[in-house]
Write a protein that binds this ligand. Structure first.
Ligand code: PMV
Length: 304
């Protein structure tokens, strides 16, 4: 018997980097998924394969399998296959999605039900073990889906009832190292805590304000633009990302910003009226655009 689980990717709409210093953030699941299929092997080994080029995810899959076995107090040999609808290591949350899907697929194969909050917790543990550090943002969003308001100090998340949010993601095709970018912000803050802390605090205030706007079904574009400027001031922007951001705005997006750690990776535009024109503008600048919308459903079992 084979079991397939899937989990969505994510975009951070507000608050990346500031969330590391305890400020709130807003992230949403996107309608592109990672799929993990598991089947028993009789020789007790765990083998991982993929039809895509997503070897980057293998350490997460391996660690997720180990932690799930430990959590359940039971283990077995496995063939694990991974497939993805979005690029890995692009800041779209592939690590968390692959970790959470693996936890869900293995526990289901073993006939065990794991509560959602524990699936999210195990996914977060995997990310921390593999990366050294990670906030609860990605593992929460990929597990629960929808749009979440992240309160890092309390380690809790709150669902935001936001309706549809028409977005266009622009991928640079390059990977920014989240670890190095987070360290860069730390260095900047150490050099001038007064100024950098006020930027970080302002990003947090934007996230709080944006929550209210989303709940009213309002336009978050203006707040995204301010958030982008503040991320630039923290030194995580690149010329390429800014080009896509300006091109998206010119093509009619009401707001656009870096999403995730920056230094490459992706930007995101809010384009209620003209997603296609915005996607084309990003493509004309050399980016890889994805028209996405918010995915309400988090991790789920597909078959089995
Ligand atoms: O690289 P991503 O998309 O997972 O974004 C990282 C977000 C940071 O706030 C920079 C780091 C974190 O752990 O929250």
């Amino acid at each position: 018997m084979s079991v397939t689980a899937s989990a969505p990717g994510k975009v951070i709409l507000f608050g990346e980097h500031a969330v590391v210093y305890g400020e709130p953030a807003i992230a949403g699941a996107i309608d592109r998924r990672i799929y993990v299929s598991v089947e028993r092997r009789s020789d007790g080994e765990v083998r991982i394969s993929s039809s895509d080029e997503i070897e980057d995810g293998y350490p997460y899959v391996k660690r997720a399998a180990e932690l799930t076995f430990d959590y359940l107090g039971e283990r077995c040999g496995l063939d694990i296959k991974v497939e993805s609808e979005f690029p890995p290591a692009s800041g779209l949350g592939s690590s968390a999605a692959v970790s959470v899907s693996t936890v869900l697929a293995i526990s289901t194969l073993l006939g065990r039900e794991v509560e959602r909050k524990d699936v999210a917790r195990l996914g977060h543990m995997v990310e921390k073990k593999v990366q050294g550090a990670a906030s609860i943002t990605d593992s929460s969003v990929t597990t629960f889906g929808g749009v979440l308001f992240i309160k890092p100090k309390l380690e809790v998340v709150e669902a935001i009832d936001a309706g549809n949010i028409p977005l266009v993601v622009g991928y640079t095709g390059k990977t920014g190292s989240t670890k190095e970018l987070v360290e860069g912000v730390r260095t900047l803050r150490e050099a001038d805590p007064e100024i950098v802390d006020s930027i970080i605090h302002s990003i947090g205030r934007i996230a709080v304000r944006a929550k209210g706007v989303l709940e009213r079904g309002g336009d978050i574009g203006g707040l995204m633009n301010i958030n982008h400027g503040l991320l630039e001031s923290l030194g995580v922007g690149t010329e390429e990302l800014s080009r896509y951001v300006y091109a998206a705005r010119k093509a009619g997006a009401s707001g656009a910003k870096i999403t995730g750690a920056g230094g490459g990776g992706c930007m995101v535009a809010y384009a209620p009226e003209n997603q296609r024109a915005v996607a084309k503008a990003i493509e004309d600048e050399g980016g890889l655009p994805f028209i996405v919308s918010i995915e309400k459903e988090g991790a789920r079992i597909e078959t089995g």
